[in-house]
Design a protein around this ligand. Structure first.
Ligand SMILES: Cc1ncc(COP(=O)(O)O)c(C=O)c1O
Length: 241
């Protein structure tokens, strides 16, 4: 397995600037990785979060997923969207990858799928679901209570909560961006729907990371009844549990 740096424009892993970079984080795969390290015909799948969660709530640029999907298709590589954190309405769409109009071959889901009851799901094209006998088993799979909770969750999401996430999220991003203008320490505000993060820096120019300030903010908010969670090295997001 190869880990590839994400499309993190605020701190470009290649020290480039969007859009001049021409999305090097993707072209790198074809131009460098496939040529020098791992031939594409040895690659089974790209596994990617539509929006990176624990890594820092990172929203990649608009070209990122379409380019990755194109590269996958060209080389017969499966495109697996890990929507465990970003899926189930959190971003203002049922699946976060819909923001990029990309259709994955496989979607992985969990967390929000059953409002906290233990459940995970793998959704795939039917031709990928023809497995040999015994290829898939799970001690606790298909728990009826979790499945019932999930069906109700999906109903409520479709009725109102997905729209709510889009609406309240847009409001929250605007307010955080207004705070960012006045603040010395909010370096970046990013997100979609209610999957939002603020990245804390010592200095907006140097972007020096200061996890200590992030921790202080999280603790102060907690004392006022607002749950936040650290993500990445120096960002926090609205808690999702
Ligand atoms: C994006 C993402 N994928 C996968 C997982 C792991 O999910 P699970 O605990 O359901 O295996 C997590 C957990 O935080 C996650 O955030």
């Amino acid at each position: 397995m190869h880990h590839i740096p994400y499309g993190y424009c605020y701190r470009c892993p290649y020290n480039l600037t969007y859009p001049k970079c021409k999305i090097y984080c993707i072209t790198y795969i074809e131009e460098e990785l496939f040529k020098k390290d791992i031939p594409p015909d040895e690659v089974c799948a790209f596994i990617v979060e539509p929006i990176q969660g624990e890594g820092g709530y990172i929203v990649p640029p608009p070209e990122y997923h379409p380019m990755l999907k194109k590269l996958a298709k060209k080389n017969g590589i499966l495109y697996i969207a890990d929507e465990v954190q970003a899926g189930m309405g959190r971003t203002g769409k049922m699946f976060a990858i819909e923001h990029w109009s990309v259709e994955p071959d496989i979607i992985c889901l969990a967390k929000g799928i059953a409002s906290g009851l233990p459940l995970g799901a793998m959704i795939a094209r039917s031709k990928l679901m023809v497995w040999g006998k015994g290829a898939h088993a799970s001690t606790l799979g298909g728990n009826p209570l979790s499945c019932r909770a999930s069906l109700k969750t999906i109903e409520l999401l479709q009725k109102k909560y997905i729209n709510n996430a889009a609406k309240v999220g847009a409001y929250m991003i605007n307010r955080l961006k207004a705070m960012q203008e006045k603040s010395q320490v909010i370096g970046d505000v990013r997100g979609k729907g209610l999957m939002i993060a603020a990245e804390i820096v010592k200095n907006k120019k140097t972007k020096t990371k200061v996890p200590e300030i992030r921790e202080t903010i999280i603790q102060k908010c907690f004392k006022k009844g607002l749950l936040l969670l650290g993500c990445g090295d120096t960002a926090f997001d609205s808690a999702y549990y």
